[in-house]
Design a protein around this ligand. Structure first.
Ligand code: GLV
Ligand code: MN
Ligand code: MN
Length: 414
């Protein structure tokens, strides 16, 4: 067969995605499969079984990252890596991350059944905890692997119930022995749903992001004075939740105050004691700021931080601010980026250059190797929700683009 005519098996890709959607599947068609839960373990076990079925050499590292390696004709050449993540948000979608791993698996299956070798080794990867919902920050295990985050700091991170990342990683049996350290790579590709409305609006099938916005996360802790709500006069209260409410509106107003080109969000809050008849005295909330311009995002934060301090002072609610995590904006390798466009066009798919507002493991990988991403449309631009949807036809198109990008890249000798 002429290599140019090779295509992935669209039906098999669909049924593999559907198998995954049963693990942690929700009533409305999404998935709740938070990292290092029993559901995550079940999905990992199935993924490892699928890797072994096509004779990939499976390695699990000390962050629980799972690699499946396929030898090249010349194993001295640096490998090409591709993957994403199998964990989800609470009531998340069935495509985010998962499509990137199972799309790469479909490519590996296609090469396997057609007995097609590549010059360079090909490796598929599932990165642990890309979502950062249960344990912050996001992309933590690709971050450690690429040297951007410290392993022991990550091991000690806790979820809302006080369980550590390390204890949960050990509990599900996925603390491997191999150090979580990058090895030389020729290239990294990550296939993903767009998670935004642009491809659908522009009627394009494939998106080629030139890069990813920077991502900055902060944790805010406020203290107030708890009291019985009935007898306590309104004046003189130290209501931590009211202080947080004022701050949250400042976050929402920040992008327009700064003149645009950024987004800012409070997505998580814990209120204590969380009783309708007690004045709240303990609040924790998160802040997420993203922009293409890292310095601009930091200037915005400095402005916001001053507002937080002023509000906390005026309301008599002591504040503690943790600058939890920053990952720089990523600008992908131009050659790989162009290749995504060229391969798409050769396969007959319309393609668009764009920017990724969502964070991806590719952001860290880009710090150590040439990296690129392939996007497919998200229906109504919805993601991180149960109704997240991409047509299986578009999934097949994306996987075919990945197949040919991987073939071209893994057959490069120089
Ligand atoms: C990753 O899911 C992100 O928050 O963009
Ligand atoms: Mn993702
Ligand atoms: Mn996500």
């Amino acid at each position: 067969m002429n290599l140019k005519d090779l295509r992935i098996n669209a039906k098999r890709l669909q049924s593999t995605l559907e198998e995954s959607a049963k693990i942690g599947g929700t009533a409305n068609g999404g998935i709740t499969r938070l990292t290092l839960t029993d559901e995550d373990k079940k999905m990992r076990d199935l993924f490892v079984k699928w890797l072994k079925e096509i004779n990939l050499e499976v390695t699990i590292d000390e962050m629980g990252n799972i690699f499946g390696r396929r030898s090249g004709k010349n194993d001295q050449l640096t490998p090409v890596l591709s993957g994403s993540h199998l964990d989800t948000q609470p009531k998340g979608g069935r495509f985010d991350g998962i499509f990137g791993v199972l799309g790469a698996l479909e490519v590996m299956r296609t090469l396997h059944e057609n007995h097609i070798g590549t010059e360079r080794p090909l490796i598929i990867v599932d990165w642990t905890n890309e979502e950062g919902s249960r344990f912050a920050p996001a992309m933590m295990s690709s971050g450690v692997w690429c040297g951007g985050l410290k392993r022991d700091w990550i091991y000690g991170r806790t979820d809302v119930n006080g369980k550590t990342f390390l204890s949960e990683l050990e509990r599900i049996g996925y603390r491997g022995k191999v150090p979580a350290q990058s090895f030389p790579l020729h290239a990294y590709y990550e296939l993903h749903i767009e998670q935004g409305p642009i491809l659908e609006r522009e009627k394009k099938i494939i998106g080629a992001p030139k890069g990813i916005l920077c991502l900055h996360w902060y944790d805010i802790y406020l203290e107030g004075e708890a009291n019985q709500v009935g007898p306590t006069p309104m004046e003189g209260r130290h209501d931590a939740l009211c202080a947080a409410a004022e701050m949250i509106l400042k976050v929402n107003a920040l992008p327009s105050k700064m003149g645009g080109n950024m987004v800012a969000t409070v997505g998580e809050i814990q209120n204590g004691p969380n009783s309708r008849n007690i004045v709240p005295d303990k609040v924790h909330f998160t802040v997420d700021i993203r922009s293409w311009d890292d310095e601009y995002a930091i200037r915005a934060w400095e402005d916001l931080k001053q507002d937080f301090v002023d509000i906390a002072k005026r309301r008599g609610c002591p504040i503690r601010i943790e600058e939890t995590w920053r990952v720089k904006h990523a600008e992908f390798d131009s050659k790989l980026h162009e290749r995504v466009i060229d391969v798409s066009k050769n396969l007959g798919y319309s393609a668009l250059k764009m920017v990724s507002g969502a964070g991806h493991d590719a952001g860290y990988l880009n710090q150590i190797a040439p990296a690129a991403m392939i996007f497919v449309p998200s229906i109504n631009g919805r993601s991180h929700v149960e109704v997240e949807k991409t047509t299986y036809e578009d999934c097949a198109a994306g996987a075919n683009v990945l197949l040919h990008c991987l073939l071209e890249t893994a057959n490069e000798l120089g």
